[in-house]
Design a binder for this molecule. Sequence first.
Ligand code: COA
Length: 383
Amino acid sequence: MSLATAPAPSFDKGLANTVAAETQMSFIDGGKGVLEYVGIDIDALARNSTFEETVFLLWNRRLPTAQELKSFTEGLRAEYDLPAGMLELIRTMPRDATPMHALRTLVSALALHDSEADAEGEDANARKAIRMLARTPALIAGFDRHRKGKPFVAPDRTLSMAANFLWMLNGAKPTDAVARALDVCLILHADHGLNASTFAGRVTISTLSDLYSAITTAIGTLKGPLHGGANEEVMIMLREIGSLDRVEPYIMERLARKDRIMGFGHRVYKAYDPRATYLKTFARQVAADTGNLALYEMSRRIEEIMAREVAAKGIYPNVDFYSATTYHSIGIDLDLFTCMFAMSRIAGWAGHCIEQLDGNRLIRPAAAYVGPHGQPWVPVSDR
Ligand code: COA
């Protein structure tokens, strides 16, 4: 069909019924509660894989051999260090800045220290993707240490991405269980179809802008409370509730006011979010191991009430609901939760941008004009 004969586009608020891209990375069946990365069920990946292996899977559309995984992991670790100029930039940042503002600014600034920032082609983009993914943990940890008046901790190339982040954040090596808890959260957040931030990143790269600009766009989009910011809102809610006996009146009151309960509901899933299935059990284990069961029990109670009150609408816990208690249990500050999401989703964003560039067409939807027509221009003296 030629463009001239294409039917006029119809208005689709929120683009909920629009297919705007093709991807080979993640498959979602919202009705059945299925999420697969390259055909592998998310539950199997969360139980058995590592974040590094999952990123290889997403970017190469297959699991690596042992040797491929080793060299991919080494390639990532070789890029853990930040350019010196980035550390200087972090030192100039206001200590009370919102971490997501800091992260968006810092990822954007990484381009200033990359001689390949504007280099085109899949190989150059793959190298940039590795650099961004490998350096983001140091940006987040570095900003957190700066705002707390603590010295930076240099990355440790013997550690996984999750363990290295916790090392740089705390200046102490995490236990295997704590590092694994973060690793599982990173796996679960790595990609999720054409979610809002991924779409935003694809729009940017579709203009043939660069990968740093696209990822910066995506981070800004992730920040909103209807998207990545929900995990922070979940923790704020749990703190506001305070104790198990206050859960019922708090939730009922909010539902009566037609307020949203954060960490519930999803545009795509109208069944249980498959990322939350394993996380729910896993979060309990992490909470028990770290002495944070009270928060977990409150979360379970909220879920029971929501199941009783609104499950008929297809409102179930989403990935943010139990990731909030998991992050809290492993000692991550509340206002860093969305940064954790970004640290993982860079894998998905970069993969999508590279897919977009393969057979790219500018993403440019239409708007339905609803304003007046035929208005006169009136000189300013007569208005
Ligand atoms: N708590 C209570 N009710 C909710 C709800 C929530 N978290 N999410 C949706 N609903 C209700 C709506 O009030 C609406 O009810 P109604 O039909 O009686 O008016 C119905 O479910 C459908 O909601 P809708 O806004 O059409 O869904 P959506 O697909 O546009 O929104 C979200 C999806 C994610 C934006 C929405 O569920 C939400 O705001 N959730 C909380 C934020 C969150 O956790 N985001 C992270 C997503 S991973």
